[in-house]
Ligand binder design. Structure first.
Ligand SMILES: [Mg+2]
Length: 250
């Protein structure tokens, strides 16, 4: 018998699990470096100094700002403008407004289309919903309007029976509610971040699949325990889930 309560409940992350985001950000950060160097002209700091400064400002900001602001464009704009201003101040230069405007415009652009669906994602989602044995859910950190636009433009929203936009990125709350509703053994969390996708699952004792694909520096933490599976591609997810399902039927 397959009903809602015996179906496996699978929670997917969106950014860099289903849709490629890191790539866009890395490209934009290259542009930000370029604009800062242009702003200083021939007396520019070296690339690695600028990048390290931006990274340390961003990590500090992530520790200090309210959780619901972590995933807003405002944070990264602040990071890069602050980085430029600090470097200017240390060198006795006045920051140029047009450089600050270019940095701001660049960062905002990162959140706009196009959105790149990661290879094999559509095939995997189709396969999982095909036989009705899995119920899929989406948990995504970030502003609801931006994340919804990604779903609309990629047409991925149709695969999920629930969609959770989490401004503060707190996936533990959603998983905890799932554990209250379904058997722990029927729940899995899949994503590219140990901090936000894997550890909340491990702490609750639900299954977890880690698909590394680059993540923010801040997100790099140690796993809560080793009770999770690491895959190099999403294409192997159905096989793993089917294996778990079979184990439960035994
Ligand atoms: Mg992610």
């Amino acid at each position: 018998m397959t009903n809602r309560f015996t179906k496996k409940q699978v929670f997917f992350d969106l950014d860099d699990t289903l849709v490629d985001e890191g790539y866009k950000f890395e490209m934009i950060f290259c542009e930000c470096l370029r604009f800062i160097i242009l702003g200083f002209e021939t007396r520019a700091p070296q690339i690695d100094e600028i990048l390290q400064r931006a990274r340390s400002i961003d990590n500090k900001m992530l520790e200090e700002i309210p959780p619901h602001e972590k995933y807003l464009p405002k944070r990264l704009i602040n990071t890069w403008v602050t980085c430029y201003r600090e470097l200017c101040q240390e060198r006795g230069r006045t920051p140029k407004p047009h450089i600050e405007q270019l940095l701001t415009a660049m960062i905002i652009q990162t959140y706009d289309p196009p959105y790149f669906v990661i290879p094999d994602v559509v095939e995997v989602l189709n396969e999982l919903v095909r036989y009705g044995r899995y119920e899929l859910h989406l948990m995504t950190a970030g502003a609801a309007d931006i994340q919804q636009r990604k779903l609309d433009s990629t047409d991925l929203g149709k695969y999920f029976s629930t969609i959770h936009f989490l401004p503060d990125g707190d996936k533990a709350k959603v998983l905890r509610e799932a554990v209250e509703q379904f058997d722990k053994d029927f729940i899995a969390s899949i994503g590219n971040s140990i901090r936000t996708d894997i550890n909340p699952a491990l702490e609750l004792g639900v299954k977890a699949i880690y698909i590394p694909r680059g993540t923010w520096n801040y997100m790099k933490v140690d796993p809560f325990n080793n009770d999770y599976i690491t895959l190099d591609s999403i294409s192997k997810v159905p096989e793993i889930l089917d294996g778990w399902a079979k184990d439960m039927e035994r």
